[in-house]
Design a protein around this ligand. Structure first.
Ligand SMILES: [Zn+2]
Length: 341
């Protein structure tokens, strides 16, 4: 192990010491009948006030349509807001969370299938979910309230059980102003003209042969903050991978073709941020480099109720992501078979 890798693993260990274990948080609570047979499994309630903060910067690599309202037949207008002296594109927390929850589930299904591979065959996730959680988990209407995804994102089964979301998102906004980052009526580019979006419009479409839409241009920056309560190392490493999957899948309207991002994770900390998305917008106004430097030189501050937080930057963040496979294996090993002792 090189000196650099050695320091990295020490830093991850320091962070890990501040986090919760898989058994404390992610392994379901099992209820048993008097014969010891498992009758039910649900996510554990949480008690501690431990947090992990993940801070990053998303950059659009395709046209992006952040739209939270219903469409207006043949024209789509994106979410915009007046903020800190500029009209900015708005990327609401609920939309980001929805896409990332699905990406997290897609990753989870694939990993649990891979993990079942004994060299000869791989089992289907539906079969494994039945065995480990008593049922298959479908977003958003048939959540199992037992699995790793439900533990992180929360959920409700009417009349049965509920789990609070452990992950918190915040609304974010473009660093750039509308005049440079949004193609709209009256801007140099004008609105986009779509023909790949007809399937969404069939009900409203009459004689119109095209659809116009505003969009956020390529190269627009959105800083973001996500906070995970009662975090495990698996939650953190899994979140980092989830963001990559979501970036490739796309956020926003018409995400088959649009809404792709690249994301730079700027910091992971066991503390609470002493800054907000709004502060980051201000730092970015002087140039994206200035915002990034705030993190690379460690001048941003995090705090905890007791003691100094552990904060990771740069290569240490990549190293955290590399913990995903082994942590996931440990999670799978902690799961019991429903219906057996
Ligand atoms: Zn679930």
């Amino acid at each position: 192990m090189s000196e650099n890798e050695n320091t990295q693993s020490q830093n991850i260990q320091k962070l890990s010491n501040q986090l919760r274990s898989i058994e404390e948080v992610l392994t379901p609570n099992y209820q048993r009948d008097k014969n010891g047979k498992i009758t039910k499994a649900v996510v554990k309630p949480y008690y501690t006030k431990q947090f992990v903060t993940i801070v990053g910067l998303k950059t659009t690599t395709s046209r992006f349509l952040p739209v939270s309202h219903e469409g207006y037949s043949i024209e789509t207008f994106i979410d915009k807001v007046e903020l800190l002296g500029k009209t900015r594109a708005e990327f609401i927390a609920r939309k980001m969370k929805g896409i990332e929850r699905r990406a997290h589930m897609a990753m989870f299904r694939e990993m649990i299938e891979d993990n079942s591979n004994d060299g000869k065959n791989k089992r289907k996730f539906t079969e494994i979910f039945e065995e480990k959680f008593g049922r298959v988990c479908y977003i958003p209407d048939q959540l199992c309230i037992t699995c790793w995804n439900c533990s992180l994102f929360g959920g409700l089964r009417a009349g049965e059980s509920a789990a609070f979301s452990r992950i918190r998102y915040f609304d974010t906004y473009s660093i750039e102003g509308a005049e440079t980052c949004i193609a709209m009526d009256g801007s140099e580019e004008g609105m986009g003209i779509g023909n790949q979006v007809y399937e969404d419009l069939q009900k409203q479409r009459g004689a119109e042969t095209y659809h116009q839409y505003e969009y956020v241009k390529v190269g627009t920056h959105f800083p973001f903050i996500v906070i995970i309560e009662n975090p495990t190392l698996l939650d953190v490493a899994g979140y980092l991978k989830t963001v990559e999957i979501a970036d490739n899948h796309g956020y926003g309207k018409y995400s088959v073709n649009h809404g792709k991002f690249s994301t730079q994770i700027l910091a992971i900390s066991s503390g609470f941020p002493k800054f907000s998305v709004l502060d980051m917008l201000g730092w970015g106004t002087g140039g994206i480099d200035k915002l990034i430097t705030k993190f690379s030189n460690g001048s941003v501050k995090f705090e905890t109720n007791k003691g100094d937080p552990v904060s990771l930057f740069g290569d240490d963040i990549v190293a955290v992501k590399n913990e995903l496979v082994s942590e996931f294996k440990a999670y799978c090993d902690s799961l019991k078979d429903m219906g057996s002792k």
